[in-house]
Design a protein around this ligand. Structure first.
Ligand SMILES: [Zn+2]
Ligand SMILES: [Zn+2]
Length: 235
């Protein structure tokens, strides 16, 4: 880390601290003070009633149909991104630098997970979709890592942060479909041990097209992973 990066990192820690301290937390649903999502509004949240193929919408329990030829095997989403409560929470976490909002998302994901009947036959490793170092220094934390660590801890699965993003990319939402793929090309690397026969749960806050998750899945499968699932708060 250069001195410049060091200063940015320290400064962003201070900004994070100030952000959670300066801006009073108000429920994204009803505006009541005290938390980003109050217990009453949490009850109103629209969970995904069933899981579909991210690409064609077929009811596959979240599996990506083999015909699409994707490296990613499955996407499980807790909530609908069109739900304004979830959308606002994710925005607060990203643009207000609020770690507490990220914690709220982690609680939601865990609530959802406990209602599912998911078990694994292979050894599981949980990892977040990575941010580039520059983005991480700017934001101060990776919200996906907060979610992934929570899940790994609660489920007692291994956690790894050895999947890295080595290129700065433009925000995917600002690009057309065919530019999204070239934007992501060669930007992830796996820097850990071989993943032979492992099941990987790749955690993120949102999946829209799934392109990021799929690029990560390609890299993880090249490293030997048997299955790669995306687990997201919303899609
Ligand atoms: Zn509320
Ligand atoms: Zn499909």
């Amino acid at each position: 880390m250069t001195i410049r990066e060091g200063i940015i990192k320290q400064a962003s820690k201070l900004v994070l601290f100030l952000a959670d301290w300066l801006f009073p937390k108000e429920c994204v649903g009803c505006g009541i003070e005290g938390s980003w999502l109050c217990p009453v509004c949490r009850e109103r949240l629209s969970w995904q009633p069933y899981q579909v193929c991210l690409i064609c919408g077929a009811e596959t329990d979240g599996k990506i149909c083999p015909g699409h030829n994707w490296a990613l095997d499955k996407v499980v989403a807790a909530a609908d991104y069109n739900d304004l409560l979830v959308k606002d929470l994710i925005k607060i976490c990203k643009y207000h630098f609020s770690k507490e909002a990220a914690q709220e998302l982690a609680d939601l994901l865990w609530l959802f997970w406990q209602k599912q009947n998911i078990s694994f036959h292979r050894e599981v490793i949980i990892m977040p979709t990575p941010l580039s170092r520059r983005r991480l220094n700017w934001r101060g934390f990776n919200q996906a890592a907060i979610l992934a660590k929570m899940l790994a801890e609660n489920l007692q699965f291994d956690y790894s942060d050895k999947l890295l993003k080595i290129k700065n990319t433009k925000p995917q939402v600002s690009l057309l479909a065919h530019d999204r793929l070239s934007n992501l090309r060669d930007c992830f690397v796996w820097r850990g041990q071989a993943l032979t026969d492992k099941t990987i749960l790749l955690i993120d806050d949102v999946a829209t097209t799934g392109a990021t998750l799929n690029e990560c899945a390609k890299v993880l499968k090249q490293a030997g992973a048997k299955r790669v699932w995306g687990i997201v708060v919303a899609k």
